[in-house]
Design a protein around this ligand. Structure first.
Ligand SMILES: [Fe+2]
Length: 331
């Protein structure tokens, strides 16, 4: 009986999601193209997460609404970062559909793909299979030549470090090679004296309403929904440096801040580190109290003294100023 009720609830949820996915782009009127707030902006990039693409035209269409918004930016973006769960299962046909769609739009010369847990679930679900596909489609979709699921990049000179799971679990698996590499790259990046952007699909354990937001149970395992075993290790490395911005996705929590009735925020401080949890682009958030419509993410604008995080519904081409955050850059 219980499973029948759960099945019915699930069916209704999926039906609502499908309807909302269709109507979201028509909910808001276009209120201005993407443009920088001030000329002094040193770098501007869009960051979205959890597009969960398959070959479904609904999902691809929703993705395209956002890509079109970015491609029509008045001020061309310096980068687009898609922070994991790009595909729903990491099958080659999912990667190909993503690639074909992204290539239709001229957004920036610096598109960056990040591996999410769903992207590791294709084929034989081994790390090698995932790595091979991720490297192949990173080149085909973005022109980026990488040799692993973790790599470095730059956005207008600002250092970017991308972490990626080396196995297929929901939480990431980091082998010692990646952990050692991360420590070395953070040290190198810090020598520039600029903010460092670290992208990892999963957030630190216990941040952004975790583990409750993942398990919906008050006594959930504290590591649920987060990086898991190596969370503190990675956080400790990040905490050794100034102006580290750690950007995750994975939670599907929507945009949130404490002013909208939620008791957690999309952007929070974890020690010295500013932790940004991106909403799911594909799925809307029905269980919480924040901005639950899908199609959202942030435009980051980097200035000499601060970083503006400008919340945007890319699908509707609408700014969501209630969720904007300014991060002061420490001298
Ligand atoms: Fe996801």
């Amino acid at each position: 009986m219980l499973s029948a009720v759960a099945g019915a609830v699930r069916f209704v949820m999926v039906a609502i999601m499908t309807v909302v996915t269709f109507i979201t782009p028509f909910l808001g009127k276009k209120e201005g193209k993407i443009e920088r707030k001030a000329e002094e902006c040193k770098a501007a990039f869009a960051a979205i997460s959890d597009t969960h693409l398959t070959d479904s035209f609904i999902r691809l269409g929703m993705f395209e609404f956002g890509l079109q918004d970015m491609a029509e930016a008045t001020d061309r973006l310096d980068a687009l970062v898609i922070n994991g769960d790009i595909t729903d299962h990491g099958y080659p046909e999912h990667w190909q559909a993503f690639t074909d769609t992204l290539l239709k739009y001229d957004i920036s010369d610096n598109n960056i793909m990040v591996l999410g847990n769903h992207d590791t679930w294709g084929g034989d679900r081994t790390g090698d299979y995932t790595k091979e596909n991720f490297i192949k489609y990173s080149k085909e979709a973005t022109g980026r030549e990488i040799d692993n699921v973790y790599f470095t990049a730059e956005i207008n000179g600002y250092p970017v470090i991308v972490l990626g799971s080396q196995s297929d679990h929901t939480g990431p698996t980091f082998y010692q090679d990646q952990l050692d590499w991360f420590a070395e790259e953070m040290e190198k990046a810090s020598e520039k004296g600029l903010p460092i952007f670290v992208f990892c699909h999963q957030p630190f354990n216990g941040t952004h309403g975790l583990p409750y937001n993942w398990e919906m149970e008050k006594d959930a395992d504290p590591t649920e929904g987060g990086i898991g075993e190596h969370s503190d290790y990675i956080l400790n490395i990040c905490n050794q440096y100034k102006n580290v911005i750690f950007i995750s996705g994975h939670v599907h929590a929507g945009l949130s801040n404490t002013e909208d009735g939620t008791n957690y925020s999309s952007v929070e401080k974890v020690g010295n580190v500013t932790s940004v949890n991106l909403p799911s682009y594909e799925y809307f958030d029905v269980l919480r109290h924040g901005h639950m419509v899908n199609g959202t993410g942030f435009v980051f604008e980097v200035y000499d003294g601060e970083i503006l995080l400008r919340a945007r519904n890319f699908a509707t081409g609408t700014w969501l100023e209630n969720y904007d955050v300014t991060i002061e850059i420490e001298k």
